[in-house]
Design a protein around this ligand. Sequence first.
Ligand SMILES: Cc1cc2nc3c(=O)[nH]c(=O)nc-3n(C[C@H](O)[C@H](O)[C@H](O)COP(=O)(O)OP(=O)(O)OC[C@H]3O[C@@H](n4cnc5c(N)ncnc54)[C@H](O)[C@@H]3O)c2cc1C
Ligand code: FES
Length: 278
Amino acid sequence: MAVNPYLPQPARILERRQESATIFTLRLRFEDPVLRETYRFQPGQFNMVYLHGVGEVPISIVSDPEWEGVFDHTIRRVGRVTEGLAALKEGDCVGIRGPYGRGWPLTEAEGRDVLIITGGLGCAPVVSVIQYVIRRRRRFGRLTIIQGVKHSEDLIYRDQYEAWAQMPHTDVHVAANVAQGHWPWHVGPVTELIAQAAPDPGRTVAMMCGPEGMMLTASKLLLAKGMSAEAIFLSLERNMQCGLGHCGHCQIGGKFVCRDGPVFRFAEIRGLLGVRGF
Ligand SMILES: Cc1cc2nc3c(=O)[nH]c(=O)nc-3n(C[C@H](O)[C@H](O)[C@H](O)COP(=O)(O)OP(=O)(O)OC[C@H]3O[C@@H](n4cnc5c(N)ncnc54)[C@H](O)[C@@H]3O)c2cc1C
Ligand code: FES
């Protein structure tokens, strides 16, 4: 995009949608008309989002890569920068650098079954994959979505999960550790649903996102079902500064999450997950 990769480019908020008490979505458009035309990303990549005078954070791009001129970020309010972003209104501007990182293996997944496993707001980076597969349904086999949340109220995009469940060749399973009100899905840890899943090991590509402990357990369950560590992909989160593989902030073992990830094959990082001190 920009000549100087460290320079955030102004992007205006066209729409702001509140998804839950702490989660909101911003629809953005670059101010620069040339950038608007030329900006391209892959599902699973992220932008560095800069709030003027406060700081910069990595945020996944959740919209369809073929939308022209606009892109969405779904953000959970957790600290300084995300609190500030939450307070912005339609018409306000942020700075954007990106897209960065390696996205989901969508070409590799073509013609195969796709299994998506997510926990908590882990769903944001994979929503773009789900939308991508659904819009190009004939290119993929069976789509199975397994989503876990701590509390039923944490499930965002609930209407979408219900709509996806009605689609042909698509299975949707949602688990909440604690459920209140009308909850047609499973009550218990998401790993119980993964244990019940029966992926065809020879033709399935698994993509997952969420807490690392959950992804490690899920990966082990899939390996036990005969899947290869080469066919299991995880999106990792680490603190980031440059986003470009220069500063070392996001290092995990010999890899930089910003440059070599955030999407990794399980085979590449199985020895690094859950290890403290990197
Ligand atoms: C590749 C990548 C993609 C990401 N995509 C998204 C996304 O699509 N949407 C999104 O909301 N976030 C996403 N994140 C996480 C996001 O970058 C952080 O939440 C953000 O940097 C927090 O900054 P802050 O200044 O608001 O909070 P800080 O002031 O830095 O942190 C405040 C408190 O929140 C805790 N905290 C920080 N980050 C997280 C976190 N991720 N989860 C839970 N607690 C946290 C800190 O430990 C601290 O206690 C992504 C991160 C990476 C690396
Ligand atoms: S954020 Fe600087 S190396 Fe990854």
